[in-house]
Design a binder for this molecule. Structure first.
Ligand SMILES: C[S@@+](CC[C@H](N)C(=O)[O-])C[C@H]1O[C@@H](n2cnc3c(N)ncnc32)[C@H](O)[C@@H]1O
Length: 203
């Protein structure tokens, strides 16, 4: 796709506003949901890097009233006024994160979603390395806290470590898809990796 200039108020921004969605990014998880059918009614889904809550709005619709969504972010998420969502301020890379996540939900997650993105510095290698570190943490959580047969979605800044990260996901998921949702901004380097059907944990 040819690079397009940054358009802060493109059609997805306008569509999100008109639909009451908190972020244009909501359309990305909506597209992934429609393409791969990884979400179902009644599931428990973890959303890492969830502020301001665009993904959460879509995920809540996907899991329905009997499902549950947990969202974490460095910054507070404005209340969604739905009974089946829990949000918390957390640094996913902090040592205390795993304990905090257990306090939010001590069971397994059917799907772990990560839209985590570092504050960009403009230094390509630094931004890519930080993006990989965040996606790597999400993968670790999905392996340790995700359901066998469940799924994983993570955003990544495309770079030289992309192949090795895809191979890492392959070790734990039966199939890995690469997606660049339509709502992705023209010049953006981000892509999503979708791990389908978590393999059983091996000792
Ligand atoms: C692209 S935004 C997420 C947008 C969100 N999916 C939505 O639809 O509203 C990326 C988020 O990652 C969060 N983030 C970055 N580093 C983090 C970290 N170490 N721990 C928790 N959240 C982090 C940022 O605060 C930011 O809100």
């Amino acid at each position: 796709m040819a690079n397009r200039p940054y358009q802060p108020k493109d059609r997805f921004f306008k569509q999100a506003k008109a639909s009451g969605l908190r972020a244009r990014s909501a359309f990305k998880i909506d597209e992934i949901a429609k393409r791969f059918r990884i979400f179902e009614r009644g599931q428990v889904v973890l959303d890492m890097g969830a502020a301001p809550g665009g993904f959460l709005q879509i995920l809540l619709d996907e899991v329905g009233p009997k499902g549950k969504v947990v969202g974490v972010d460095l910054v507070p998420i404005r209340p969604l006024n739905r009974p089946n969502v829990k949000t918390a301020v957390a640094d996913v890379l902090a040592p205390e994160f795993d304990a905090l996540l257990l306090s939010l939900h001590d069971g397994i997650f059917d799907v772990v979603v990560s839209d985590l993105a570092p504050k960009t510095t403009g230094i390509k290698d630094t931004d890519e390395a930080r993006s990989i570190a965040l996606a790597g943490k999400a993968l670790e959580v999905s392996i340790l806290r995700g359901r066998t047969g469940g799924h994983f979605v993570a955003k990544l800044f495309m770079g030289r470590d992309f192949e090795s990260f895809r191979n890492e996901i392959r070790k734990s998921y039966r199939d890995v898809k690469v997606v660049r949702p339509e709502a992705t901004r023209g010049a953006s380097m981000e892509i999503y990796l979708v791990g389908l059907d978590r393999k059983p944990l091996t000792p």
